[in-house]
Design a binder for this molecule. Structure first.
Ligand code: GLN
Length: 485
């Protein structure tokens, strides 16, 4: 039995029926990992050996257990900007290269309560700023479908390891597309939950009004299973919402008859690869045949999302990253004259070029002479984008778009051109600006490279994403394909 090919749901059933032990699951992933990880480099910290020890302890616990939590014994990889007690959390930055948090993020506590098994910390663009994982201070992660290409970013490591089949699921974070875009590039499912659905406590902040943690999985049902565990109000994150608990897996297997799917014409215009357009529109046709209603809609303000995002996100980042000063955390420059010199050398040596670019952009936009022209204006645009989405949802239940304008690009292709890099999030950033949930689901291939489509819903209506996404996934089976080892 190739356990590494199984979904979280399948593994969970095998474990709770006591047909398979957690150690057998981990061993199967270790075998696959030994072949593939040296080629793709998805982990900053590889914990598979520790995972096996952990699994053996779980083997012995299992025999005496009756109520077995869904994630008991399930291996999961964690993006390296999510705090893990006693395990390095580097944000793929030199400034945090040796930082070991003394506490767990809330999502990690919740996974621990289930008895999950951590397989390691995954590579990312430094502080989650980027779309290709090339901004990691350590190394570039490769796309498991084509080793000359990027896995996307910033959660590139978390998407590559699931895409490669060396772990069944991972956590990523999404500020402007960092879960969905790499999920699309690596042929897996990536969910950006509604802002406030999942606690951000312990997620190293990039842009606090946009950041959300979410699952990257092989199937839509697995996404629902993990969201069940990580969602919920947390006293330690005042932006997490207190809502009645829902079982998201109830949305799986429901019919889609009568569901109204909006197709925003602006997301299908020039700049979009014709094969991606065709793949997403044929998904819409398939869903229509199954009883959904397709409605053309317009989201004209969404085209300003990138511009506004690159004011708001860097502004928040410039403030959030002020704490890395050589005193409180991590790296400190060796030679300096006085305190000011220590701050500035530490930050100069510790941060990479993209992070510095964002800090400068953000500091500039927030400075008193420019605040009204940039930051305030961008906030107004953000409100308009939000209102436009809410208006669209008066007429449709869910919105369908491509996740990315193109498939995974070559390593180095965009790294010298920040604007081109920023544009790879053109279909994802407006979703963070509007705070709404969205999921990227595999919907085809172009020259053996995965294509992703994005489903978007009203705030706190992740259920409909799972219903429509799962329905589509079962019609097509793209999720059963793995890249060669
Ligand atoms: N690529 C976008 C950026 O560079 C989004 C990153 C993210 O979602 N963390 O900011």
């Amino acid at each position: 039995m190739d356990l590494w090919k199984k979904s979280v749901k399948e593994l969970s059933q095998l474990i709770s029926n006591k047909e398979v032990k957690p150690s057998e699951v981990v061993e199967s992933f270790i075998k696959r990992k030994e072949d593939i990880e040296p080629k793709i480099n998805s982990y900053v910290t590889d914990l598979y050996e520790k995972a096996l020890e952990d699994a053996k302890i779980k083997d012995s616990q299992l025999s005496g257990m009756n109520d077995i939590p869904p994630l008991f014994g399930i291996p999961i990889a964690i993006k390296d900007n999510i705090s893990t007690k006693g395990i390095k959390t580097t944000c793929s930055s030199k400034i945090l290269e040796n930082y070991v948090p003394p506490f767990n993020a809330t999502v990690i506590e919740k996974l621990n309560n289930q008895g999950y098994i951590i397989t390691g910390k995954t590579n990312l663009d430094e502080f989650a700023m980027g779309s290709s994982t090339e901004n990691s201070a350590f190394f570039v992660t490769k796309n498991p479908w084509d080793l000359e290409r990027v896995p996307g970013g910033s959660s590139g490591g978390s998407a590559a390891c699931v895409g490669a089949g060396i772990v069944p699921a991972s956590l990523g974070s999404d500020t402007g597309g960092s879960i969905r875009q790499p999920a699309a590039f690596c042929g897996v499912v990536g969910l950006k939950p509604t802002y406030g659905r999942v606690s951000r406590y312990g997620l190293v902040a990039f842009a606090s009004s946009l950041d959300q943690i979410g699952p990257i999985t092989r199937t839509v049902e697995d996404s629902a299973i993990i969201l069940n565990v990580i969602a919920g109000k947390d006293e330690r994150d005042s932006t997490s919402r207190d809502l009645p608990a829902v079982d998201f897996t109830h949305a799986i297997g429901k019919d889609i008859k009568g569901i109204k799917i909006g197709i925003p014409k602006e997301f299908f215009s020039e700049g979009l690869d014709p094969q991606i357009k065709e793949a997403v529109l044929s998904a819409a046709k398939q869903l229509e045949k199954e009883g959904a209603e397709i409605v053309e809609i317009s989201l004209p303000t969404a085209k300003y999302a990138i511009e506004a995002y690159y004011i708001i996100a860097p502004s928040e980042a410039s403030s959030n990253l002020a704490r890395f000063d050589g005193v409180r955390y991590g790296y400190r420059a060796k030679d300096y004259k006085d305190l000011d010199d220590m701050y500035s050398k530490t930050r100069d040596e510790g941060f990479g070029a993209e992070v510095k670019r964002r800090i400068m952009l953000g500091t500039y936009s927030l400075s008193s002479g420019y605040y009204d022209a940039y930051y305030l204006k961008a906030q107004k645009v953000r409100t308009l984008i939000y209102q436009e989405f809410m208006k669209a949802f008066e007429n449709v239940d869910v919105i369908l778009t491509p996740t990315t304008p193109d498939v995974a690009f070559k390593i180095g292709e965009k790294s010298n051109d920040p604007i081109q890099m920023y544009l790879s999030d053109i279909f994802t950033v407006s979703i963070n600006m509007a705070t709404v949930p969205a999921i990227s689901i595999p919907c085809g291939f172009k020259d053996n490279l995965p294509i992703g489509m994005q489903l978007i819903a009203k705030p706190f209506n992740e259920e409909i994403l799972f219903t429509v996404g799962h329905y589509y996934e079962r019609l097509n089976d793209f999720y059963k394909r793995f890249p060669d080892g």
